[in-house]
Design a binder for this molecule. Structure first.
Ligand code: HEC
Length: 158
């Protein structure tokens, strides 16, 4: 008869329980990372709106200056918002981050620098107080900065 060790069996059970527990924690962690990413993106959207409000005369120049400063503080950190395993293939319905991001990582990670350079021009336009220039540069920032990412790498969530 083969010897059967209950202690070994119990140890295996504990290891499995811990293993599954760890997977659960990682998934939770990734969902938190997705949430942070989406919140940060929404904050950029709010900053954009603040600058639009300034152009429309519904907010003052100081508010626009604060919004562009916030955008400029976010740009260098955007890439950190995309840890591997947080795409829509793993979390459908929870994120609109396309898997291509991680397949074309080198291309993807170059985009925030383009955004930052557009934002630098936007900051200068806001400082000048020339609203026509602010409007034009806000459009360029949206198209060449935010849009450079959104068009290929983002699926809008309903
Ligand atoms: C490096 C790529 C990248 C850049 C640059 C970028 N975005 Fe995004 N953005 C994304 C991706 C990917 C998503 C989808 C995120 C998700 O669902 O997890 C997104 C989502 C969003 C959302 C929707 C958030 C939500 O969950 O409702 C807003 C709003 C947004 N971005 C605004 C902006 C603005 C404004 C800019 C420019 C100032 C910008 N983004 C720049 C990649 C980018």
């Amino acid at each position: 008869m083969r010897h059967f060790s209950w202690t070994g069996f119990a140890a295996l059970g504990v290891a499995l329980a811990l293993g599954f527990g760890a997977v659960g924690v990682v998934a939770q962690d990734k969902e938190a990372q997705i949430q942070t990413r989406r919140d940060t993106m929404k904050r950029q959207g709010a900053d954009f709106k603040a600058i639009q409000d300034y152009i429309k005369g519904e907010a003052d120049q100081a508010a626009a200056a604060q919004a562009i400063a916030d955008l400029q503080s976010i740009a260098p950190k955007i890439i950190d918002l995309f840890p591997p395993g947080t795409g829509m293939d793993a979390f459908p319905g929870k994120t609109g981050a396309k898997p291509e991001i991680w397949k074309e990582w080198d291309k993807f990670k170059a985009i925030p620098a383009a955004l930052a350079s557009e934002e630098q021009k936007l900051a200068a336009a806001i400082k000048s107080g020339d609203k026509a220039a602010v409007g034009a540069q806000l459009g360029d920032t949206g198209k060449n900065g935010c849009g450079a990412c959104h068009t290929p790498y983002r699926e809008k969530l309903s």
